[in-house]
Design a protein around this ligand. Structure first.
Ligand code: F6R
Length: 610
């Protein structure tokens, strides 16, 4: 996804911009560029490809100057190309714009500007913004940006420079994240905190409809209508080091190994000292409200959606409330039945996913209360939801989500126990047993991680296949779906997840000699049924790897080719363990195939467009 960085100060801006953009690489991008005020005026250098390509270009033709903006682009309007890369400018080349998001009415604006004589060189919506700002300019860049923004529809974060007022950097946030970094004699903008963290820990987090005018020595905050606002400075207390690889070959592997800590951190302070109950004190919803909930919607995208599938089982079994799951991009278009008695839970690692945010707003518009499960404090989802359960997984850099997913599961367990306590739906002994099981999970994950080498060998053999299947029943099916997504996204091997009992209704036709099938067998009440399904695929030549609960590992071993046993836990908690070997399998398969594990093709970490 696109990244923005901007600098205004006394130092040379080129390297600050490039370094800032490097910190945003994890978001995914296909081209990069910077614009700097040089002695010759506002100059732009940009190119398709990785930042290294831009760096090479700048080695030959550096842009010297102490004010600039930079961008990494993830193509939406127009293919990745030098011309479509940001920053963009207008025909006078006196204005320059970097932009994240989408301007929905850009074609109408483009036609109108073209009729006035503006000539466009790219396919992008962003180029239209630079022409629009130029067209609106009559000596005051702040007012020109305000007038331009008032005419734009969509989602955008902007950084704008003009040669006419080189002492100013204008920043706008409208439904796409942007932060302002406050320095000493210098100031910054960034679409994400890591972009500027090397220089300052003091930031303003802009809200939708807010803008900032930066000079070397001041930051003026206002609404996009021009009303002055004041904000508290947010002090970032986490370190860049936590966002580095810490000795692992890839961020993904590091993040897989961080899961025991992520589990402990997410549980910290939420389980009572006597270990008998869970109290999510951060929730503002009253017990009366909880008692009035008659249905829950869990809405999310991708991996977070898969966490929600487990969440459904957790809430239904612990709190006995009916739960529906929705993919966020579908939710508001299916006209869901939402009432004030519907609790809508949105799940988002980044807290910036456009579809999830739109679902949140749709739910609130319909009078529902929204509870967010997110990993990013201060994210849009966190700020707009009525209640938030933060997953304390720490920054997740690899595009493929691992520790954020599993911490979302922990959040669901805690929520299920919280609701069950208020509703009285579980016996005290059952609650205690669950909490004991929860507390044991971090150590059990450590045990699984000690066996990682076994999975490396399995992954290497899987990597020679073009297609494979994941099967399971109940929560095992939910985990199977996450395992399948993980494998697809980083190894590019086709796979499908199936409810084990559903295979024979069509998909069994695809099972032939040697096809790998990964079977999840962790549910005591279902394992005999799953074993029957395993026999169905074995009879057609499948090569079966079972991920099984060690409680019945012996039985399962008789029916499969390979087995990976996870420590014994309660059935509802097993997803928090069973997913770990699947993450490792995907990681090692991707590695065996020589792919870019942390930055898989075509994907972005934070999806801030619909
Ligand atoms: C896959 C992955 C994605 C995200 C999805 C939602 O590994 O990470 O499927 O889960 O894009 O992102 P968030 O959770 O940030 O809303």
């Amino acid at each position: 996804m696109c990244g923005i960085v901007g600098y205004i100060g006394k130092r040379d801006s080129q390297d600050i911009l490039l370094e800032g953009l490097k910190k945003l690489e994890y978001r995914g991008y296909d081209s990069a560029g910077i614009a700097v005020f040089t002695k010759e005026g506002l100059q732009i250098s940009k190119s398709k490809g990785r930042l290294a390509v831009l760096e090479d270009k700048l080695k030959g033709e550096p842009l010297a100057g102490s004010v600039g903006i930079g961008h990494t682009r993830w193509a939406t309007h127009g293919k990745p190309s030098d011309l479509n890369s940001h920053p963009h400018t207008d025909n006078s080349a006196k204005f320059s714009v970097v932009h994240n998001g989408i301007v929905e009415n850009y074609l109408d604006l483009k036609d109108e500007l073209a009729a006035k004589g503006h000539v466009f060189v790219s396919e992008t919506d962003t180029e239209v913004i630079s022409h629009l700002v130029a067209d609106e300019y009559d000596g005051n860049i702040v007012e020109a940006v305000q007038r331009a923004v008032a005419r734009m529809r969509g989602a955008f974060a902007l950084g704008v420079l003009t040669e006419f007022e080189p002492e100013k950097l204008v920043a706008v946030r409208f439904a796409s994240p942007l932060v302002i970094g406050i320095g000493d004699g210098e100031n910054f903008i960034g679409s994400d905190i890591p972009a500027i963290l090397e220089h300052t820990r003091n930031v303003y987090i802009l809200n939708d409809g807010e803008m900032a005018v930066l000079t070397c020595n001041a930051v003026e905050l206002m609404t996009i209508e021009g009303a002055t606002i004041s904000k508290e400075i947010f002090h970032v207390d986490w370190d860049l080091v936590t966002a580095e690889k810490a000795g692992f070959d890839h961020f993904m592997l590091k993040e897989i190994y961080e899961q025991p800590k992520a589990y402990r951190d997410t549980m910290l302070g939420r389980v009572s000292d006597d270990g008998k109950s869970v109290d999510l004190k951060e929730l503002s919803m009253s017990d009366e409200y909880i008692k009035s909930i008659n249905r829950v919607h869990i809405v999310a995208c991708g991996t977070a959606y898969h966490a929600g599938l487990v969440g459904k089982s957790v809430i239904e079994s612990l709190a006995r409330i009916s739960v529906e799951n929705d993919v966020a991009s579908e939710y508001r278009y299916r006209s869901p039945i939402i009432t004030p008695q519907t609790l809508v839970i949105v799940v988002s690692q980044s807290g910036e996913t456009a579809d999830t945010l739109a679902a949140l707003r749709e739910a609130q518009r319909n009078g529902a209360r929204v509870l967010a499960i997110t990993n990013v404090v201060g994210s849009s989802v966190a700020r707009e939801a009525d209640d938030v359960i933060t997953t304390w997984a720490g920054p997740e850099i690899a595009v493929a989500s691992t520790k954020a997913y599993s911490s979302q599961l922990i959040a669901f367990y805690l929520l299920g126990l919280h609701l069950a306590r208020v509703l009285g739906t579980q016996e005290p002994a059952a609650m205690e047993e669950l909490i004991t099981g929860l507390n044991a999970l971090p150590e059990q994950v450590e045990k699984i991680l000690e066996q990682a080498v076994v999975l490396k060998q399995v992954a290497e053999s899987i990597s020679h296949h073009r297609s494979l299947f994941f099967i399971g029943r109940g929560v095992d099916y939910a985990v199977a779906q996450e395992g399948s997504l993980k494998l697809k996204e980083i190894s590019y091997i086709h796979s499908e997840a199936y409810a084990a009992g559903e295979l024979k209704h069509g998909t069994l036709a695809l099972i032939e000699e040697g096809v790998p099938v990964i079977a999840l067998v962790t549910q005591e009440t279902l394992y005999e049924k799953t074993l029957s399904n395993i026999k169905e695929v074995k009879a057609r030549g499948a090569h079966v790897l079972a991920v099984a609960n060690s409680g019945f590992e012996g039985e399962v071993a008789k029916s499969v080719d390979e087995i990976f046993a996870i420590p014994k836990t309660l059935p509802i908690l097993s997803p928090a363990l069973a997913v770990i070997p699947l993450q490792l399998l995907s990681y090692y398969a991707s590695l065996a195939l020589g792919h870019d594990v942390d930055k898989p093709r075509n994907l972005a970490k934070s999806v801030t467009v619909e």
